[in-house]
Design a protein around this ligand. Structure first.
Ligand SMILES: *Cc1c(COP(=O)(O)O)cnc(C)c1O
Length: 485
């Protein structure tokens, strides 16, 4: 017989995990306090289980999946760094958790101060002039930035039509552009994997609203023509948007606002070590240059002018694009990011980025002989290799990725960016030790050797995971959506 998997199957009638104390009032007297129509007539059907079994059930579920506290997670572009538990401690302080977002302002001076200061740190990291903490994901930050772009152009008499996005861009870039009412024009990367000024020159016209550029780009390469490109874009009256998902390579090294970017989103769950939660509450702050400040979402956190004055929520902003989220965004993640920044300080943040770059380059060097490297230059915090050589022997990038799971590693991002065939996008992050990187490289090389001797074995992988290879097409095409209640 199979082990039961659902907590309901583990239930036995009469088992109690946590007995409740006897009440002084008998049950029937209590019942009288609840009007008849609100009383439950059927059984609650809750599982009956001991505390120990309950613990094992949930811990068992948590280790079935892969997560950053369990093993290496080199998922390119996602910056799956370790999330320091000190951040959690700060976010759980009762002064923060007990606060209601509609409480009178004078009772939330500390939280406002924290938001204001976090914005000041983001200004320093980005070199931009004003921050909104309101968006709740990188992608929502993009939409916010593009609505600001729209408002800016509308004020100048023409909202314009196009957003330029490179062929290496994350899918959210063109998606956000569409949501903001724009069409996208795809820009080709050159043979070095970056954007040439000439390509921008040829694509831009008076209907271009903005260029969206990820820097370093999704190949892990620094867009070294950025200053020239920004000059061209600004010359055409358009804006330069930076997708800041890869900011983990730049903190304390480059201020994007000082090299031509007008708008940038931060992914707090990437760069600033707040948790990535299964699509759950994220944070995607946006920074802008001075000329775009007035369009930021309301409210912004401002300080009353003068020394020693407190902060307030400023709603008096007639040119604002409006709200992007209820209240002020995901506040608990702001606390976590604040704790992270305060723990490391400016020098520490620079070291984070330096070590992220060193780790990626070390891993790239370890894998260099075994895999095709489409771009050979020094990388930033991530790099892309191709499993082309292995595919010729019968093991695709997907097969190799699945085989990695057997050895306790999460797979890298596969088949992205789209311009590299059989792509593996690897981002080790600064929080991994040299030993982990070497073990990972060794495993990946061993798997590649399996492609020489036994490619069929790779085609069936994984073998040691709670479920074997899933039919991913079926999962997308035949969704089994179950509504209860
Ligand atoms: C992660 C990512 C995004 C989207 O950010 P979310 O916070 O997941 O919405 C956009 N662009 C790039 C390059 C990314 O890596």
């Amino acid at each position: 017989m199979n082990e039961p998997t659902l907590i309901y199957e583990k239930s036995s009638p009469g088992v109690i995990g946590c007995p409740l104390p006897d009440t002084a009032t008998p049950e029937d007297k209590l019942l009288e306090l609840i009007p008849e129509k609100h009383r439950r007539s059927d059984d609650t059907a809750l599982p009956e289980i001991t505390e120990g079994e309950l613990m094992r059930h949930y811990i068992g579920l948590s280790v079935k999946n892969h997560h950053i506290d369990k093993g290496f997670y080199p998922l390119g572009s996602c910056t799956m760094k370790y999330n320091p538990k000190l951040n959690e401690k700060a976010a759980a302080l009762p002064g923060f958790t007990g606060q209601h977002p509609l409480a009178p302002l004078r009772t939330m001076t500390g939280s406002l101060e924290l938001m204001y200061e976090l914005g000041e740190y983001f200004k320093e990291i980005s070199g931009l002039d004003r921050i909104s903490l309101q968006p709740v994901a990188g992608a929502q930050g993009e939409l916010t930035g593009l609505l600001i772009t729209r408002a800016y152009h509308r004020d100048r008499g023409n909202v314009r039509k196009y957003i330029l996005t490179p062929d290496s861009a994350h899918g959210t870039n063109p998606a956000s552009a569409r949501l903001a009412g724009y069409e996208t024009v795809q820009i080709k990367s050159n043979e070095d994997g970056i954007i040439s000024p000439e390509t921008i020159e040829a694509a831009i016209d008076e209907d271009t609203a903005a260029l969206m550029l990820t820097n370093p780009n999704t190949l892990g390469l620094f867009e070294s023509n950025i200053e020239k490109i920004a000059e061209i874009v600004h010359g055409a009256g358009a804006l330069v948007y930076m997708d800041g998902a890869n900011l983990n390579a730049q903190m304390g090294i480059i201020q994007p606002g000082k090299i031509g970017f007008d708008i940038l989103h931060f992914n707090l769950h990437k760069t600033l070590s707040t948790p990535h939660g299964g699509g759950g509450p994220g944070a995607g702050a946006v920074g802008v240059v001075k000329k775009l400040e007035q369009y930021l979402p309301v409210p912004v956190v401002s300080r009353v002018p003068g020394d020693g004055n407190g902060c307030f929520l400023d709603y008096d902003r007639p040119k604002s694009i409006g709200r992007m989220h209820s209240f002020y965004g995901n506040f608990a993640n702001m606390v976590r990011a604040y704790a992270y920044i305060r723990t490391l300080g400016g020098v520490g943040l620079r070291e984070v980025s330096e070590n992220a770059i060193i780790n990626a380059n070390y891993l790239q060097a370890l894998l260099h002989d075994e895999f095709d490297m489409p771009y050979k230059q020094i990388c930033q915090h991530e790099f892309v290799l191709s499993c082309n050589r292995q595919k010729k022997k019968g093991a695709k990038a997907l097969d190799i990725a699945k085989r990695l799971l057997d050895f306790g590693f999460h797979a890298p991002t596969v088949y992205f960016p789209l311009i590299v065939p059989e792509a593996f996008m690897i981002e080790p992050t600064e929080t991994e030790s040299r030993r982990t990187l070497e073990k990972f490289a060794e495993t990946l090389i061993d798997i590649s050797k399996e492609a020489d001797t036994d490619p069929e074995k790779l085609q069936q992988a994984p073998y040691n995971t709670p479920v074997r290879r899933l039919d991913e097409v079926k999962a997308a095409r035949e969704q089994d959506i179950c509504f209860t209640g």
